[in-house]
Design a binder for this molecule. Sequence first.
Ligand code: FAD
Ligand code: SF4
Length: 483
Amino acid sequence: MAEVAAESQHVPSHTARTTLFLAAMRHFARARREQGLTVHYRRLGQHAETTLDAALEADLKRLQPRQLCVLQPGEHRVQGLLETACRAGGTPLEIHEDPHFLVPLAAFSEWARGRKQLRMEYFYREQRARLDILMNGDEPAGGQWNFDADNRGHFGGQGPGLLPEPLSFPPDAITRECQQDIQRHLPDLPGQDEAFDWPVTPQQARAALDDFIAHRLPHFGTYQDAMWTDQPWLYHARLSAALNLHLIHPREVVTAAEQAWRDGDAPLAATEGFIRQILGWREYVRGLYFHFGGEWHEWNALGAREPLPSLYWDADTSMQCLHQAVGQTLRLGYAHHIQRLMVTGLFAQLLGVRPAAIHAWYLGIYVDAVEWVELPNVIGMSQYADGGRMASKPYVASGRYIQRMSNYCQHCAFDPGTAVGKKACPFTTLYWDFLARHRDRFARHPRTALQWKHLEKMDPERLQAIRERAGELRKSLAKGDRI
Ligand SMILES: Cc1cc2nc3c(=O)[nH]c(=O)nc-3n(C[C@H](O)[C@H](O)[C@H](O)COP(=O)(O)OP(=O)(O)OC[C@H]3O[C@@H](n4cnc5c(N)ncnc54)[C@H](O)[C@@H]3O)c2cc1C
Ligand code: SF4
């Protein structure tokens, strides 16, 4: 096992993300040694090699193994580094299926073969039936596969009220040492880790799961899309990083949720909504990542060219929704799904940020970011840069969506209902501009025609004014002006 600077620098990795990865590695190594296994471990700053392939090449030379066996890496780049080191050392490399998932890659390929469209919903239904999860015989529990319609609530004017505090895992001595090593050897990483409290061992991950099932799962469904000022966790599980670091198996998570429903402790809609995220979305995006391989990095279906605005690195903006979502991200390395999709992701898409630039930000900035899950979510779901391979239409909306799902707009300098003038909400301005810019592509498409129809009703002079304002916004943000 090797801690190398390059893994935190190839995209600038949030301090908390780096702490979490190193802490999970060091705890894992300690547990293996306690089992009596030999672990060759290189600590950050205590060896000369700064890249994974250089560290591995040196160890292969030193240890002369017959072969190197690894589980399927979660990033093509990392697999490339392993291959390079093995080639240089003349060591055969054997890659095994990663058992920390519910759907083997071969099963995904089988499902995908011959299909024109790879939609999550059909994949998810098949997996539910195949693995007998939330099923009553051959039928889905409750007679329907999907309870999405019940899962789009918001907190209304009165807000979320008293929220259950999630279980917290303050750094122990091992984690504190990681933090010190990072401060010493990687002082320029973005983000803060003063509030670090993520599970870093399998025992802690299990405790986090139990806490979620007991206190937040029952409301997860209803409020999974809602946002609220200064409330990062709401009813979310905080389990993605533990899952991605293999601290807990998705089967354990899904089984615990199903059991809570069968015991009458959680409603079916919430349980189905949660299981859909893990058995559906999580397994599906992994399958897609490997299915399309390196192609993901090349796609830019909407021809986006803008640089990433500096506000993504300092949260310095009057746009309250972005100030909240980015500020929380820099503080915690966490934002929930809708903040990622419909605030930071939406703004980048409406503005037309280069897919490679927004991908690099997401890959470095979230504690749970690993390329197999981050890349399809960003390039496919959030930016539509894959041209619809993943989502049947772009997830675009005006500031009105954010107004409905949060209280951000109440504290904002802008008005979500206005597209031109001093108070114009940049989301709303850029939304109409997006519709106009991509009219040819979407106006006649059966899935999008209805949304684009609104454009036809708009007075051309007004549309012209909106587009001019959008151009000014782009220029200002590219220059680094504060908006
Ligand atoms: C633009 C964008 C980028 C994202 N990048 C990542 C990433 O780098 N790593 C990551 O793990 N998730 C990513 N997601 C998915 C999702 O936002 C996070 O998994 C979730 O916010 C993690 O918080 P939680 O554990 O509290 O999740 P909850 O909201 O409580 O959901 C439960 C679990 O479902 C899984 N899940 C939910 N949605 C997705 C999804 N779309 N894809 C895969 N798994 C999902 C996660 O494992 C999560 O722990 C991204 C989503 C978007 C829109
Ligand atoms: S008015 Fe616009 S910029 Fe302000 S919080 Fe609402 S959506 Fe965001």
